[in-house]
Design a protein around this ligand. Structure first.
Ligand SMILES: [Zn+2]
Length: 476
């Protein structure tokens, strides 16, 4: 029954079937947020594409192992925490929690693992030591360690850089180093794996064989992906802006040591524009979820709009788009309500239909096929609406079967429907308690997790654990 799932791979620039290569689950790594402020909708577009991808795998009957990191040490986090006069940990904890709250409101499944750079310094040091040992990295006088780009013959393969131009550039800039985490193609020099401590880093330095310092940005993903998922991932994902230099550098770091491909498949989602313009601080259009909620938009409409374009095409995020997303959600609810009535069920029964195990797609086969064909969400949505128009009056049994298929599609798309007003209006303080309980539970600190649960109950909120994640319910 399940259609073969295939996806465009950035490295080979072609469509490839998605399947588990080793073991029993599909192992994939997504570059997570740098927690120095609230994530904006451009970041969320990328994370939501990954969320729909994972949900689609689950509906296709493929078990997943999803790892997404938290970057909690870099130039920006250090600079901002010092500007606010708080420790790096307190600062990054605050923004990590905010990120979790936003993810929960956007109905994203939490990753199975969420490692942070600071918690994995030894793994990063070990990888740097291996790179030095095999001649791909060297120590500078100040105690920083750099990757020797000219030592890796496949450098540039993901970003499709011109090898000849690269060669000329590396000859002319031989020995030049680049301490920045992010840079343009024109400034490819040896990049930093370990940054020696500078006075402006304050107390944020860790001991290493090369003296006190901190890891560069790129090494954390190579080290953590390998630690949690092994030498070769089934898939590595991120926004298109990460192809160069971040993912190119991850390939150079990991493959130089393992001599194996870092990933069988590379998934990149395109940029987001706002009202036809590039997102930028100066234009003031780096919207956060909070901004949009303040403007009266629901997280469900934001989610719908952000996933409604094809992930390989730039998406234009507009106020009209949000309105259209809202009416599309209402249309879906109307359709489902009428099917529930014909199946002698209530709206509260809908949740039991939203699950990944589907037996037959029936008239929704084309919608499912669209998702399987390079995650074509706009086409899937189009098919859902056009197939629904065929339904009309139907029997109780048929309605039940249609609801099952529709439930599978809505699970894959992760669209929250029939949100009660109480559920939409969960106060921030309650969201925070629930996120803290979830984090404690992830850390296996069950005592703390129980205390948070009791605290929530005291405020009249019950937390309901799902297979992945949780929901909150207001007690009467
Ligand atoms: Zn990364």
């Amino acid at each position: 029954m399940p259609t073969k799932l295939q996806l465009f791979d950035t490295l080979s620039r072609s469509l490839h079937p998605i399947k588990v290569k080793d073991g029993d689950s599909f192992r994939f790594y997504c570059c997570g947020p740098t927690v120095y402020g609230p994530a904006h909708i451009g970041n969320f577009r990328t994370f939501l594409v990954q969320d729909v991808f994972r949900r689609t795998l689950e509906v296709a009957g493929i078990k997943t192992h999803h790892v997404r990191n938290i970057t909690d040490v870099d130039d920006k986090t250090i600079r901002q925490s010092q500007a606010e006069g708080v420790t790096l940990k307190d600062f990054t904890d605050k923004w990590t929690q905010k990120f979790h709250e936003d993810c929960a409101q956007l109905n994203m499944l939490p990753p199975h693992e969420e490692p942070s750079a600071v918690q994995h310094i030894p793994q990063q040091i070990e990888l740097i030591e291996q790179l030095i040992e095999c001649g791909h990295a060297y120590t500078a006088e100040d105690g920083s360690v750099y990757y020797k780009v000219s030592s890796f013959k496949n450098y540039g393969k993901l970003a499709h850089l011109d090898p000849q131009a690269l060669k000329t550039q590396s000859t002319s800039s031989s020995g030049a180093t680049n301490l920045a985490d992010e840079y343009e193609r024109e400034s490819i020099n040896d990049f930093a794996l370990w940054k020696a401590k500078k006075p402006e880093d304050g107390p944020n330095a860790w001991p290493s064989p090369w003296g006190e310092g901190r890891p560069g940005w790129h090494i954390e993903c190579s080290a953590m992906a390998r630690h949690y998922l092994g030498d070769t991932l089934d898939l590595h994902a991120g926004g298109i802006d990460l192809i160069f230099p971040h993912h190119e550098n991850e390939i150079a770091q990991t493959e130089a040591v393992t001599q194996k491909p870092l990933a069988h498949h590379w998934l990149h989602s395109a940029h987001l524009q706002v009202e036809g313009q590039k997102m930028s601080k100066s234009l003031g259009n780096l919207y956060t979820l909070e901004d949009l909620k303040t403007q009266g938009h629901s997280p469900a409409a934001v989610r719908y709009l952000l996933i409604s374009g094809h992930y390989r095409q730039p998406l234009n995020f507009t106020a009209d788009g949000l309105k259209a997303a809202n009416s599309a959600l209402q249309k879906l609810e109307k359709l489902i309500k009428s099917l529930l009535e014909q199946a002698n069920k209530y709206p509260s029964d809908w949740a039991s239909y939203v699950k990944p195990d589907i037996k037959a797609w029936g008239i929704f086969q084309s919608a499912w096929d669209s998702l399987c064909n390079d995650l074509n969400i706009p086409s899937a949505l189009g098919h859902i609406f056009s197939s629904s128009r065929e339904i009309g009056q139907t029997t109780e049994e048929k309605s039940h079967t249609l609801l099952q298929a529709l439930g599978g599609l809505i699970y894959a798309l992760g669209l929250p429907l029939f949100e009660t007003p109480e559920k939409v209006a969960i106060p921030d303080s309650i969201q925070k308690l629930a996120a803290a309980r979830w984090q404690a539970k992830q850390n296996k600190d069950f005592k703390a997790s129980d205390e948070f649960r009791d605290e929530l109950l005291k405020h009249g909120w019950q937390v309901l654990d799902q297979k992945e994640g949780y929901t909150l319910e207001k007690k009467p």
